[in-house]
Ligand binder design. Sequence first.
Ligand SMILES: [Ca+2]
Ligand SMILES: [Ca+2]
Ligand SMILES: [Ca+2]
Length: 211
Amino acid sequence: MNNAAAFIVGATQTLNALTINSGTAQIPAGANKVLKTSALTIDAGTLDVADNALVIDYTAPIGALMGTVRSYLAAGKLFSSGQTTTKRLGYIDNATAGLSSFSGQPVDPTSILLKLTTAGDADFDGDTDGVDIGTWAVNFTGELGGTGTMTWAQGDWDYDGDVDGVDAGLWATAFTGELGGGGAGLNTTPPSAIGAPRSSRGATPVRIALI
Ligand SMILES: [Ca+2]
Ligand SMILES: [Ca+2]
Ligand SMILES: [Ca+2]
């Protein structure tokens, strides 16, 4: 994507690669859409996931990909317009999560899964509870934080790579009760109508195939 025109992802779809050099890519809210891509590069511009799901279906080894995703989130290049004080974009390597499907789409173990969930939901089950803060405690990097390479699933919920009191504060704000609950859980609703996407203008490295 190379210009300021919005690239609207209007349906669940699979891309070989998505490169955003400028402009705004958006998956509109409200329809359980899944954008699946083998590679995601955001040089400038942004990708708004809203309340949908993003799958980066990488080929092992994962390399620095989790750190790249975290840096996009930290910089606001990758964001959700549906984010609130208690809801944030969470991401997890499916090698850790072990899911066979995600938001109704099949996923392999070498996939990074990203969706809007409760802040502090380390285990990606849709709640913010004692299990999640237990993970935070195990990975605690010290009250002053510092730099690090921690991920969402390890308790870094503000995307700065450490697991510290700021992250615990996000967890506390979003706490859904000791028994979990309140969370929507993993969204397994299949996507609704498949429609043709509106493509961006100009030269684009985006190749699109409906699944
Ligand atoms: Ca894969
Ligand atoms: Ca949880
Ligand atoms: Ca942190």
